[in-house]
Design a protein around this ligand. Structure first.
Ligand SMILES: Nc1ncnc2c1ncn2[C@@H]1O[C@H](COP(=O)(O)OP(=O)(O)OP(=O)(O)O)[C@@H](O)[C@H]1O
Length: 274
């Protein structure tokens, strides 16, 4: 993808399977929004091939668009509407919308059904954004930094909602986030984008193993603290526990975190390493 004379995406090539939740990670300016906007049909690509629900987004019609869910911060324009009325109204634009009461329960807004949008809390408004994004029962949902600004409780509730959408509705989700714990918790697969290229593609575990297969093992024995890195954790721990001598205490096994992996992958790309 090129803006003017500047190429911002290079050979970005990936497939998302039905029912999969894929997280797109990357530093600021990596090209996440550009990628998502091309897939949503909001931005015309300068080159390459794209198919979303079997259709080129540059030529997607109304029916195609009805299969997509896009979560925008749209509530601000609707502050005088009551929650139930707004969802009922928006649902009429789709061929097979959610039943409004079912949707309110799904997103956890049943108690706020008759409240005006302008009186909802930040977390409740974000749930309403999601409800608006999914009112047409999309097959594919785009979530762009969905929990930015959430408190821990609202974040947890939002994660449960996304899990329900994937498990119960079989919705396919493409999510961007800067929250690595969120990606690790939600995503079946993680794509890391750096400088417009995909530098990693796999589950959180697979990515961690690709960077460093080792795990760090810590323990205390006879009042002394020990740290060791090992490839074969189970073998090492079994040996440790069956060794004669003082008992092992405070045993901890720490795998490479997604943050370690992410930093290593992005740094490698930025340093121009193969
Ligand atoms: N309309 C535009 N015209 C020119 N350049 C643009 C335009 N939109 C984005 N860019 C450039 O394209 C690159 C990718 O931007 P993009 O917004 O896709 O990144 P991002 O990964 O979503 O970043 P962030 O995490 O900051 O949201 C950046 O270098 C940005 O400056």
């Amino acid at each position: 993808m090129r803006y003017g004379t500047k190429d911002v995406l290079h050979g970005v090539d990936f497939d998302v399977r039905v029912g999969e939740l894929v997280a797109l990670l990357g530093p600021n300016g990596a090209g996440k929004s550009t990628t998502i906007e091309i897939l949503e049909g909001f931005r015309t690509r300068s080159d390459g091939e794209v198919a979303v629900l079997g259709v080129d987004p540059a030529h997607g019609d109304e029916r195609w668009r009805a299969g997509l869910g896009v979560v925008l911060q749209s509530w601000r324009d609707h502050s005088k509407w009551k929650v139930r009325e707004l969802l009922g109204h928006l649902g009429r634009y789709y061929p097979e919308p959610f039943d409004v009461d079912e949707l309110l329960v799904l997103v956890g807004l049943a108690e706020q059904a008759n409240q005006r949008v302008g009186t909802l809390s930040g977390g409740q408004r974000r749930r309403l954004d999601v409800a608006i994004g999914i009112v047409g029962r999309p097959r594919l949902l785009f979530l762009d930094e969905p929990t930015a600004g959430f408190d821990p409780q609202a974040r947890r509730e939002f994660h449960e909602l996304v899990h329900r959408l994937v498990d119960v509705e079989r919705t396919t989700v493409l999510l961007t986030t800067h929250d690595l714990a969120e990606a690790e918790k939600l995503a079946d697969r993680i794509l890391i984008l750096a400088e417009g290229r995909i530098v990693a593609d796999g589950s959180a575990d697979e990515l961690a193993r690709a960077v460093a297969g080792k795990a760090e093992i810590r323990w205390t024995r006879d009042g002394e603290r020990f740290v060791h890195t090992a490839d074969e954790v189970e073998d090492f721990v079994r040996g440790l526990l069956t060794e004669p001598g003082e008992p092992v205490r405070d045993l901890e096994v720490r795998r490479t975190s997604l943050e370690d992996t992410y930093m290593a992958m992005v740094h490698k790309q930025e340093a121009g390493e193969p």
